[in-house]
Design a protein around this ligand. Sequence first.
Ligand SMILES: O=P(O)(O)O[C@H]1O[C@H](CO)[C@@H](O)[C@H]1O
Ligand SMILES: O=c1cc[nH]c(=O)[nH]1
Length: 292
Amino acid sequence: MIQASELILRPSGAIYHLNLHPEQVAKTIITVGDPERVKLISDKFDKVTTRVEAREFVTHTGELDGVPLTVVSTGIGTDNIDIVLNELDALFNIDLDKREVKDDLAKLTFIRLGTSGSFQPDLPLGSFLMSEAALAADGLLPFYLDASVPDPLAYSLHAHLDRGEVKFPVPILVVRPTLPSIFAESDLPRGVTLTASGFYGPQGRSLRLRAGLHAGLLERLRNWQEGDLRLTNIEMETSGIYGLATALGHRAVSVSALIANRALGTFHERPGEVVEKLIERGLELATNMREG
Ligand SMILES: O=P(O)(O)O[C@H]1O[C@H](CO)[C@@H](O)[C@H]1O
Ligand SMILES: O=c1cc[nH]c(=O)[nH]1
C-alpha cells in the first residue's frame, strides 16, 4: 500500500496538485507551459467536458474529431513535469482507493506543444522542431533509478567536449522517447533538444550576471554532430517528459515553435502567431494517431 504521505489525495479524492479524478483525463495528453495556452487549444475541441484549475496546472478535457484529448499546463520547468507526469500516471495506473499499483497498466501519450530557442543559425524563427532526443541539463532525472539509461549520444557528446576537458555544468545525460508513429513519420524537422534548468544562465543568457554556459561552450555544443543529429534548440521541459514518460512505459513527443534564435540573437516579432500554427499542426497529428 502506498502511504498517504507519498500518494497524496485531497479530501475529495482528487490527486494532490492537479486536483483531478481519474475519469477527468484522456489517454492522449497535450502539455503546454503557459496556462493561457490551454484555452487556446481546447477552444478548438468539439466539446469540453472537464475544466479544472489548480495553481499553474490548468486542465481541459474534451474531444476533437471523435478523439478524447486532455490539455494540461505544466508551468515552467522539469520540477513541474515531475508533478504532472507522476500524478497523471497515478490517475491511470494506481488504484487510488486501494493505494496499489494496478496489474494492467495504461499506456499514455504525451504531446508537448511549446516554445523554444533555436540553437542553430539555419533553423529560422517561426519554424517547428520535433525533439528526437533531449540533453537533460536540468537535474531531475538523476533522482530516478530507472530514468537515466546510458545513450550513445551522451558518449558522443562527451567525446566532442574533449572527454570532459571542456566542462559541461552537469553530467551529460541524453534521453529518447518512443515517439507516437504519426509524429515519427512526419516531415517535422528534428534534432536534439537541450532542456535547461532556467531561462537565463542555464541557457547561456547574460543580463547582469555572467552565464556558466558561456559563448565558447555554446559554440562547441553547436558544432556537435552525430549522424544526422545535432543540438537544435533549448527549452525547459522536454528531458523531464521524455525521461519520465519512457521510464513509466508511455509514449511522448515534444514539438517546439522556435521563437528565439540564440545563434543570431533574434526574437520573433509575433510569437503568438507561431504558437497558433503549432497548435493547429499538433492537433492535426494528435487526432490522427494510430495508437490508442
Ligand atoms: O512555451 P512553453 O511551453 O512554456 O515552453 C518554453 O517557454 C518557457 C520559457 O519561456 C519554458 O517553459 C520553455 O520550455
Ligand atoms: O529561448 C527560449 C525561448 C523559449 N523558451 C525557452 O526556454 N528558451
